[in-house]
Design a protein around this ligand. Structure first.
Ligand SMILES: Nc1ncnc2c1ncn2[C@@H]1O[C@H](COP(=O)(O)OP(=O)(O)OP(=O)(O)O)[C@@H](O)[C@H]1O
Ligand SMILES: [Mg+2]
Length: 455
């Protein structure tokens, strides 16, 4: 349906309101009336009016003052004033104060029709511009943060975007890996082509191959027709291999071949098909460690990790929290029609003190939940505490939501570190012997030692 702006008619004379109402009705406009400036300003607070048709001389709040109040409330509002005096001077004054147009009374109906039509047209344009901006905003990932770490990430994104170099994005869950992958694509020459994602962890191994490589008709029972895989569907665009650390060994070899040869073979296909894509991969695993442990191919690791972009956990860059929190608060505030646009300082300080084991995603979820659950327009600490509580769970102050995992990780890291130190001490820093004692490879041990700062 075409966008039709709603009009507010403001005049203290009932006869005039009636006359204007009839005229607008005939033209099919949606409108309401108000009998003085103050009532008009009140009604505008609903935010549903885009055009105001208003008399200048009115009791209580006269037109010129009402105009100022209206423009202060909504600068995009199109206010058309009506003056009975036919005085050019007053009319010009109204334009200076931000009126869109004016009539002099008694006025010509045709003239009025044209002016209103022009205003409606203008509203439609404003709407279109807003819509386009919204679309651009949706498509362009916003990466917020002013910490040195985030600035470094953004700098890397810019540097790698215009080449086809393969990028490996690493970082804990929820740190923004996918966001960065999209940002690289959006800034690359491939931006007008597809950005496709394959989540290597969520697709069973048996389906992953079809998903990536596609198959020919009749390649196996049930393959009734040809199906293209993501390598081909992403033609000229980017393919995002998410959670690449979960890729089964057999698939790793196949992916490696694609990276080397730049061609694929569909399942059941007789000839190779060239692929023209950029690969971006992400993982929350320590791939070097997976290589050492023998669960990830070293050659594939090197092929993927041409450039590494690492996203540090949120707790290591607490200075980013306020901006992120304000941003999510504004986004969800708009979505759920809350009026406040910024969080109070006390709340921001509290948010900065939390550990955020689920990183930015957890922060986003907590704020979204708090915005939904709060009764007023302003969030308070209790809303946030409620929002952080796992459903039916334990209070945040004792165990932060979702933190069991990081607690477990911390505890097992501590124990592991102690055991390594012990083994090294007992073997007089002889690494091969210590590794043997620990039942891991020398390389694995070395990586662990690096991780724990023992090198
Ligand atoms: N710097 C940032 N600025 C704005 N939004 C961010 C930022 N970092 C993360 N987000 C938001 O946090 C959420 C999680 O980000 P994303 O999905 O990219 O994380 P991820 O690292 O891929 O997580 P996972 O490993 O769990 O898949 C998204 O909604 C994303 O938009
Ligand atoms: Mg992700």
């Amino acid at each position: 349906m075409e966008f039709s702006p709603k009009i507010l008619v403001v005049d203290d004379e009932e006869g005039m309101r009636f006359f204007l109402s009839e005229a607008l009705k005939k033209e099919g406009y949606a409108f309401e009336t108000a009998s003085d400036g103050r009532e008009a300003v009140e009604k505008l607070r609903s935010g549903e009016f885009r055009i105001v048709l208003m008399d200048i001389k009115m009791p209580r709040l006269d037109g010129l003052l009402a105009l100022e109040a209206m423009k202060a409330f909504d600068p995009d509002l199109l206010v058309i004033l009506m003056t009975a005096f036919g005085s050019k001077k007053v009319a010009l004054e109204t334009l200076k104060k931000g009126a869109y147009d004016y009539f002099t009374k008694p006025f010509d109906l045709d003239e009025m029709r044209i002016v209103i039509k022009r205003a409606a047209e203008r509203c439609r344009l404003q709407e279109e511009v807003k819509r386009l901006h919204r679309r651009l905003d949706e498509e362009t990932p916003v990466i917020l943060g002013m910490s040195p770490a985030v600035r470094k990430v953004l700098d890397r994104v810019r540097k790698v975007a215009d080449s086809d170099v393969t990028v490996l994005i690493t970082g804990e869950s929820g740190t923004g890996k996918e966001l960065v992958a999209r940002a690289i694509h959006r800034q690359s020459p491939r931006r007008d082509h597809p950005f496709l994602t394959v989540n290597c962890a969520s697709i069973p191994e048996s389906l992953l191959e079809t998903e990536l490589f596609g198959h020919e008709k009749g390649a196996f029972t049930g393959a009734h027709q040809q199906r293209l895989g993501k390598f081909e569907l992403a033609h000229e665009g980017s393919l995002f291999l998410d959670e690449v650390g979960e890729m089964p060994m057999g698939m790793q070899a196949k992916i490696l071949r694609v990276l080397q040869e730049r061609e694929i073979e569909r399942i059941g296909g007789a000839k190779p098909v060239p692929v023209n894509i950029r690969i971006i991969a992400a993982t929350n695993k320590d791939l070097a460690q997976a290589v050492a442990a023998g669960s990830f191919r070293e050659d594939l690791f090197f092929r993927l990790n041409v450039v590494n972009i690492h996203l540090p956990p949120l707790r290591e860059r607490p200075e980013d929290i306020p901006a992120l929190a304000d941003y999510f608060f504004r986004v969800y505030g708009e979505k759920f029609k809350r009026k406040a646009t910024r969080l109070g300082d006390q709340i921001r300080a509290w948010l900065v003190r939390q550990r955020w084991p689920g990183n930015v995603r957890e922060l986003e979820n907590v704020i979204q939940r708090a915005v939904v659950l709060t009764d007023g327009d302003v969030l308070d600490l209790n809303d946030l505490r409620d929002a952080m509580q796992p459903v039916g769970g334990i209070g945040q102050e004792q165990i932060p939501a979702g933190d069991l995992r990081s607690q477990r990780e911390r505890v097992s890291s501590d124990i592991e570190k102690k055991l390594i130190e012990q083994a090294l001490a007992e073997e007089k820093d002889h690494r091969s012997a210590a590794a043997k004692r620990l039942g891991i490879s020398r390389k694995h041990l070395y990586n662990k030692m690096k991780k724990y700062g023992l090198v």
